[in-house]
Design a protein around this ligand. Structure first.
Ligand SMILES: Nc1ncnc2c1ncn2[C@@H]1O[C@H](COP(=O)(O)OP(=O)(O)OP(=O)(O)O)[C@@H](O)[C@H]1O
Length: 278
């Protein structure tokens, strides 16, 4: 695959893997009052890091990931991936990224092998058969390869979605709840797989998760979202210390309920003031 010339600028080489600035998404509602799903957020994700995107149901995580991928057009703001402006040059960088999400179903009548083969061709891979076989082995999918994707269990579908996400060896991997529906053993195995992938390739991973143990294990830093805003951020251990808690789960509860003693001030969290000042 030829390297797009746009990514060879010196500034692109030095840029973070992901940069979002003023990123906003408003959805129209039937009553005429827009839903602001993501509200002018700004953040960067350094190359080679694993960052967690956390927040309660409806906080705006999936909408944010969809905008980073270019699946949803932002109402306002900008996204750069590997130094490339997604609004103008998305196609230059899409081959270098990938994603998995339990909300995006693969065509359910196609077998797992057919699905992975179609995507491999879409990504312009050569040696497609070998790559599909290899990934099926890595993700323990070999025995499902010739079954229709729609007939798999939720956990099996999650693994197929991850296999699809790994087809092009992405430099930037966006994962929406990568271990949703997985039993503890398989979830642990997937986490190890992701850790090794990052170590081996230096890839950047942004993952949305409700599993705080997973986040503490995998993530160098986290972005905490509430009602479409980033209300705090930092390394999991730093947040735990700052909130005077024992675990990230407790920090999450403080933030979700906006009742965090050390870090809150009349319902406004420390990070909200920092975010607003950015
Ligand atoms: N297509 C849409 N039309 C209208 N509102 C939407 C749409 N998609 C998302 N929303 C709203 O935007 C807000 C953020 O949703 P989003 O799915 O991004 O949250 P989330 O943090 O991923 O939640 P969860 O943890 O439940 O998956 C919610 O209030 C949701 O109802």
């Amino acid at each position: 695959m030829t390297e797009p010339t746009i990514t060879s600028r010196p500034s692109a080489a030095l840029s973070p893997a992901i940069r979002a600035d003023g990123l906003t998404k408003r959805f129209p509602a039937p009553d005429g009052r827009d839903v602001t799903a993501v509200d002018a957020i700004a953040f960067t994700v350094p190359r080679g890091s694993v960052t967690g995107l956390l927040g309660g149901n409806g906080a705006g995580k999936t909408t944010t990931i969809s905008m980073l991928l270019g699946l949803l057009l932002p109402t306002a703001g900008t996204v750069e991936i590997l130094g490339v402006d997604m609004a103008r040059h998305r196609h230059a960088v899409l081959p270098r990224m990938n994603f998995s999400s339990p909300y995006v179903e693969l065509p359910h009548r196609l077998t797992v092998r057919e699905n992975l083969t179609v995507y491999a061709h879409l990504y312009g891979l050569t040696c497609v058969k070998k790559r599909v076989r290899e990934l099926a082995e890595h993700l323990d999918l070999s025995r499902f390869l010739d079954r229709p994707s729609g007939g798999l269990s939720a956990g099996q579908k999650t693994r197929v979605a991850l296999a699809k996400a790994m087809l092009n060896d992405p430099e930037v991997l966006l994962l929406d709840e990568p271990t949703a529906s997985l039993d503890p053993d398989t979830a642990d195995w997937i986490r190890t797989y992701l850790e090794r992938y990052r170590l081996r390739t230096g890839a950047t991973i942004l993952l949305a998760s409700h599993n705080m143990l997973e986040v503490e294990r995998l993530c160098d830093s986290v972005l905490m979202m509430r009602q479409g805003r980033i209300v705090d951020r930092g390394a999991p251990s730093a947040l735990v210390a700052r909130y005077g808690r024992q675990t990230l789960e407790e920090v999450f509860l403080d933030i979700a309920r906006a009742s965090g003693g050390a870090a809150s001030d009349g319902g406004i969290l420390a990070g909200e003031a920092a975010d607003a000042a950015e």
